[in-house]
Design a protein. Structure first.
Length: 83
């Protein structure tokens, strides 16, 4: 699970992570996490309850996070003229 935006103590917006490489519009590679290649599944972006969070595994560097936040709206809303 990758937390993109916290709304309050009980709710956040995030995406699921996959532990194996996938390519395509809905997948964004974020690097190695616990000795496995991690890929964000952009098609699984949604609101989550903080009960889904068990432990913190790491923090993304700012450059990767910014690239991910640019890729997410392009994957979810391809018809909109986003840049």
């Amino acid at each position: 699970m990758l937390v993109l935006r916290v709304f309050n103590a009980e709710t956040f917006f995030g995406v699921d992570l996959i532990g194996h490489l996938r390519t395509g519009l809905y997948y964004f590679p974020i690097g190695t996490l616990e000795d496995r290649e991690a890929v964000a599944n952009l098609s699984q972006a949604r609101l989550y309850d903080t009960k889904h969070l068990i432990r913190k595994m790491g923090t993304l560097d700012e450059a990767t996070f910014r690239q991910l936040t640019k890729a997410l709206p392009l994957a979810l809303f391809p018809a909109l003229p986003l840049k």
